[in-house]
Design a protein around this ligand. Structure first.
Ligand SMILES: NC(=O)c1ccc[n+]([C@@H]2O[C@H](COP(=O)([O-])OP(=O)(O)OC[C@H]3O[C@@H](n4cnc5c(N)ncnc54)[C@H](O)[C@@H]3O)[C@@H](O)[C@H]2O)c1
Length: 334
């Protein structure tokens, strides 16, 4: 796809992932519009990105209609979303994503948008397949099937949006695709995600160093640059409503991540396990075989390298007061 002068809308384009995506698409020559209510996205993320920003709530039908007008490709990232502490305790807010997604898709179609790419999640996978840490499970796309078993209302909303986009393609011939992101991290990510909370604790030299759960949980933390390159590849190559995992196959235990953070930022700190805190599924790692096959995409950043880059960014941009305040509010907020 030639992105030069392509009219692109990125909903939630000032978010952590959205701002990196906006930046890359502008670099490729696209004419990017960002639609944002700044409920968790930040204007400063787009300070150096030459794009149009329109502020409003996409739950408002008039604003949504205006945002999707004169657009060729839509990347839909806006969502009511946070880390585990948020999505477990804010089911009602997460349920509003079903309204938001439905409205964005409907107006996009009515306004003649040619292609919709949706930011879905590993939360669409059956949670019961992700509880045994002794198994080397790689979640593959075909595991999302009837009777379905998504992770909380956040996951159910993502699943509903994926199924809606498949229907838009099958029934109305709209080009659509969904990217299932897995635990993304990198510069601009906030402390509501485990890896960032750990970096904050290390930066603040907290001892004991608190870890939620027993530390045995397994994740495939995926660096944001890889997520962005995968999302753009999906926009270029997938048109038939297919959902594709974007995630590394590196399996990292929470306690291993904690150790790397401690060794870098606060050597000698003692880990204190908080086993009463929410952890989400215990063993969540993607297979990226389909992305390799259909997109020729695979992640380029090893976890140890991405973590180092993220720590360097955090230390260079945060004051201790800011980190302290953010850690307190974001662990259960947005
Ligand atoms: N970060 C991850 O690990 C991860 C994993 C899977 C999926 N995702 C998805 O990727 C997308 C981006 O997530 P993120 O982590 O970068 O940050 P995020 O969840 O903070 O991004 C959501 C963005 O949407 C905006 N927004 C929310 N409701 C809106 C509304 N009603 N109208 C207009 N704007 C609205 C927010 O201000 C924010 O910028 C989300 O859809 C999220 O569900 C993220």
């Amino acid at each position: 796809m030639n992105w030069n002068n392509k009219k692109v809308l990125i909903t939630g384009g000032a978010s952590f992932i959205g701002s990196h995506l906006s930046e890359q698409l502008v670099k490729k020559g696209a004419l990017v519009r960002v639609a944002e209510n700044f409920s968790s996205g930040e204007r400063k993320h787009l300070d150096n990105v030459d794009c149009e920003i329109i502020e409003g709530n996409l739950l408002d039908s008039d604003f949504c209609k205006r945002a999707t007008k004169d657009i060729e490709v839509l990347f839909h990232l806006a969502a009511d979303h946070g880390g585990r502490g948020y999505i477990d305790s804010h089911q009602v807010e997460c349920s509003t994503n079903m309204i938001l997604d439905g409205q964005v898709f409907r107006h996009a179609h009515q306004n003649g948008v040619e292609k919709i790419v949706f930011a879905s999640s590993g939360c669409v996978y059956p949670t019961s397949e992700q509880m045994d840490v002794t198994k080397e499970v790689f979640l593959h796309e075909k595991m999302v099937k009837p009777p379905y078993e998504a992770d909380d209302l956040y996951g159910w909303a993502k699943l509903m949006a994926e199924l809606s986009l498949k229907a838009y393609h099958q029934q109305l011939d709209l080009k659509t695709a969904s990217c299932r992101y897995f635990t993304v991290y990198g510069p601009r990510c906030t402390e509501n995600h485990a890896v960032m909370a750990m970096i904050a604790r290390g930066f603040l030299k907290l001892d004991p160093f608190e870890v939620w759960g027993n530390g045995e949980q397994i994740r495939n933390w995926t660096y944001v640059d890889d997520i962005v390159s995968g999302t753009i590849a999906v926009a270029e190559k997938i048109h038939d409503g297919t959902s594709i995992n974007l995630g590394t196959m590196e399996r990292i235990k929470v306690k291993e991540c904690a150790k790397q953070v401690i060794d870098t930022l606060n050597p000698g700190a003692t880990i204190k396990l908080l086993t009463n805190k929410p952890t989400g599924p215990l063993n969540r790692v993607a297979s990226n075989a389909l992305a390799k096959e259909l997109l020729g995409w695979s992640p380029q950043t090893r976890f140890s390298d991405g973590l180092k880059k993220t720590i360097d960014w955090y230390v260079a941009t945060k004051s201790k007061d800011q980190a302290n305040a953010d850690l307190k509010t974001k662990l259960v907020g947005r």
